[in-house]
Design a protein around this ligand. Structure first.
Ligand SMILES: O=P(O)(O)O[C@H]1O[C@H](CO)[C@@H](O)[C@H]1O
Ligand SMILES: O=c1cc[nH]c(=O)[nH]1
Length: 238
């Protein structure tokens, strides 16, 4: 396989920066490019999975949607790492809180993802249910958050294949037996790809809803308003 790939039309890998910020929502990627970046080039339109490169405070960074779920981020992150020479992917996603301590708009820095997914086993034979984020990137994220005076909560999250669980109480077992503080749907596959390809991955999440209290944000807020995690991650421009 070479570039362009089946899912990314860019035919010059130099156009994509070494660090890519990756929200699930391609319109969140567009919001970041429109709001924060200068000299923006759009490098992907395929399937409307928009990807952009620009400068932030004069330094280069890319941002691209991953779509929802592990198969989707599995494809995009693999192609970026393997065929476009990307070194770091920082997912910037939304999540549902599993604990009463987490409030809407709180920012989580994921230390590790727990999952029942077979993604890593099928992709490369990894048969454990936890994968860590890159500790070096996480230390840098924590430092940037502190410098920006943005509080973060660190912990293990549940990377789930299911958004609508049949049993409304199933989250209690993920929280109490597996130590997960929130749910999202991509980071386990992202971390698996980074691990097998010798690359780096991390994940920042904003609490979009509470599975405990049922408070929730709107789709518009999920697209445009989760700016604190964006501003932390943008500090990786280089
Ligand atoms: O807001 P994003 O990054 O898409 O993340 C979360 O939101 C989606 C579900 O609404 C899933 O992709 C989940 O991981
Ligand atoms: O994956 C997700 C994202 C937000 N809220 C949830 O409940 N799950």
């Amino acid at each position: 396989m070479s570039i362009p790939t089946p899912h990314i039309e860019c035919n010059d890998s130099n156009i994509i920066a070494k660090t890519v910020l990756m929200p699930g929502d391609p319109l969140r990627a567009k919001f970041i490019a429109d709001t924060y970046l200068e000299d923006v080039v759009q490098f992907n339109h395929v399937r409307n999975m928009f990807g952009f490169t620009g400068t932030y405070k004069g330094k280069r960074i890319s941002v691209m949607g991953s779509g929802m779920g592990m198969p989707s981020i599995g494809i995009y992150s693999f192609e970026l790492y393997k065929f476009y020479g990307v070194e770091n992917i920082i997912r910037i996603g939304s999540c549902g809180a599993y604990t009463n301590d987490l409030k809407l708009y709180d920012v989580i820095l994921v230390d590790e993802a727990w999952s029942q997914s077979t993604y890593a086993k099928v992709q490369n034979g990894y048969d454990k249910d936890v994968i860590e984020a890159n500790p070096e990137i996480n230390d840098r994220i924590a430092k940037h958050a502190e410098e920006l005076n943005i509080p973060i909560v660190r912990g293990r999250i549940h990377s789930s294949d299911v958004f609508y669980a049949d049993d409304p109480n199933s989250y209690k077992s993920y929280r109490d037996n597996h130590g997960c503080i929130a749910a999202e749907m991509e980071s386990f596959a992202l971390f698996a790809n980074a691990k097998v390809l010798g690359k780096k991955a991390a994940c920042l999440l904003t609490v979009s809803d509470s599975i405990v209290t049922h408070e929730e944000t709107t789709s518009e807020e999920r697209q445009n308003a989760f700016t604190k995690m964006m501003e932390i991650a943008l500090e990786f421009a280089e």
